[in-house]
Structure formats: C-alpha cells, structure tokens
Design a protein around this ligand. Structure first.
Ligand code: MF3
Ligand code: CO
Length: 291
C-alpha cells in the first residue's frame, strides 16, 4: 500500500519520471518473486543508464590494462613487472588501480601462479617460468566507478593437464554467462559453472566468489558457484556482477598465507585457474562489460 501511495512521486531510479510510469510494474514483478519465497535484489543493486555508462567507461580502462599485460607478459618476467605495467597503464588513463591499499592490499594487481588460487602478491622473486599458468586480476576505478576482470596466461610450454584446466575454467565462465538473463536466477549461472567443472573432474572453490560491482568494488550479491538452478537471487535488468570461479585441479580446499593474510593456495598443491568477467543484466539477456 505504501508503494501505491507513492505512484505519482518521482521514481527511485533517478529518471525523473513518475513512479507509476517508470519502475512500478517492475517492482510489482519483483514482489511476486519475493512472495513466492525467492531472494530478490534491493534497489541499490540496480544501476540506472547514467551509472551504467560511467561503469562502462571504467571497464574500457580495465580491458586496456589487461591488454597491455597480455602484450608484455613473457617467460623470465618477474610478476612485480606486471604490477608496474598495471599501475602505469591505469594511471596513464586517468584511473586508479582498485586493489592498491584496498583493505591494506599492497599492490595494484593480483598475480596468482599455478597453485595460487587468488590474491597472489606480485614480487620480484616470482619469475614466470615455462610451464606456469598465471591469473592476472585487474580492477580499476575511473571517476569513482569500478571495474574488475581477470584472465589466465600460459607461459611457454604448458602441460596438457594445465592447458585443459585453463580452457575448462574459461568454458565454465562462458556456460555460466549463457544463463544470465532477466527474471532468471543467480543459481542458474552457478550450477552451470559447477556442473562443467565437476564433469571434468575439477572442484570449484566454495566461499570465495564473485560480487556486485560498479558503484563500489565489492557490492551485494555474493556470487557463488555452488548454487542450484532456480535458486539464489533473482536477476533483473540493471544488475552488474562478476562471474569469477576459481577452479581447482584437485580438491577445493585452500589455505591463506599466514604471513600476509591475503594469498590463497590450494591445500593439495595442485594447480588452480580463474577467469573473471563483469556482466550487466539487460532487458533481453546480458552484456559482458569487461573481460
Ligand atoms: N579483483 C579481485 C576480486 O575479484 C580481487 C580483489 S583485489 C584485492 O574481487 F585487493 F582485494 F586483493
Ligand atoms: Co572480482
């Protein structure tokens, strides 16, 4: 009833239109899902066209930074060099590397090699060797708007087993992405990711996952890959989140480096891979904003 009273007031989305002519039907549709017992997004998770345009600009920086890394990465390179490239490329474009000083994170990028799952510290002591697989996770802030995506790189002569891990992890993201559509569920995506990893004998890390992103670095919802089709949060147009499964060749168990509290490695020492994309839920499907 409260909603009805406000039907002639300006819509919450900032369009300037009356609520009844803007998001009122949209909210009623969401309420139906809520009444049926589903988890539904809050208004603050739904970006308006102006915000989406600004986030899109940030994503262009993020993609350019990853492209710069892709052009430069090579055998014999210390991962500290990747950190320098990310810092220089990002700042040259008028942006800020989001990881730098984020909750005390000391670098501009995460570089996670082989059995490192995520949040690896770039270092002049970590030299990329032939046979290594490395995740480079870039996040950028442009004019206050956030972007976040990561890619895997294979250095020199990589074993077929590790190549397959990298390829299957990418396929997990692509299969998950296919499931992203308005009025579907986050669990549709999560199950697609998990099914493909498990079908290949791999495991997916459970309690580190993706997130809403754009206005802040890490927003709700938490994006899990151990969810089921038809479950988890309802997806609606305007939501932006990451899909970034960490897929392990062996067990999903991991350890946190006790010295720095950041770096995550697989407990069994087997390799782990991750790709991360940023996706927007559109009126008729989805749009990849950053990869
Ligand atoms: N980009 C990563 C993410 O997906 C890692 C966070 S960066 C760090 O959230 F600063 F927190 F390490
Ligand atoms: Co992320």
């Amino acid at each position: 009833m409260l909603e009805k009273l406000g039907r002639n007031l300006p819509c919450w989305c900032g369009s300037g239109k009356k609520y009844k002519n803007c998001h009122m039907e949209f909210d009623e549709r969401i309420a139906e899902f809520k009444n049926a017992g589903h988890i539904v997004p809050k208004h603050k998770m739904i970006k308006n066209p102006d915000q989406i345009a600004r986030i899109r600009e940030s994503c262009k920086v993020n993609v350019a930074v990853l492209d710069a890394v892709a052009a430069a990465i090579h055998e014999g390179m210390p991962t500290s060099e990747i950190d320098r490239i990310v810092y220089d490329t990002t700042t040259a474009m008028g942006a800020i590397p989001a990881p730098l000083h984020y909750q005390g994170f000391p670098y501009s990028v995460c570089t996670s090699v082989n059995e490192q799952v995520c949040h690896g510290f770039p270092s002049d002591k970590v030299i990329l060797r032939s046979g290594d697989i490395v995740n480079v996770d870039c996040s950028s802030i442009l004019n206050g708007y956030f972007s976040d995506s990561s890619r895997m790189f294979m250095i020199g002569d990589v074993s077929p087993e590790k190549r397959k891990l990298v390829q299957v992890t990418k396929e997990c993201v692509e299969l998950g992405l296919e499931q992203v559509k308005p009025w579907g569920f986050l669990g549709d995506m999560g199950q697609a990711v998990n099914d493909h990893a498990r079908a290949n004998g791999y495991s997916v890390v459970r309690d580190i996952g993706g997130h809403g992103v754009g206005i802040e670095f890490h927003e709700d919802p938490f994006v899990s890959y151990v969810t089921r089709r038809g479950e988890d949060m309802l997806l609606v147009p305007g939501m932006i989140f990451t899909i970034e499964p960490m897929v392990n060749m062996g067990s999903c168990l991991y350890d946190v480096n006790p010295d720095n509290g950041w770096e995550i490695t697989t407990r069994d020492g087997k390799p782990s891979a991750q790709w991360e994309i940023m996706v927007l839920v559109t009126e008729d499907g989805h749009e990849v904003l950053s990869w």
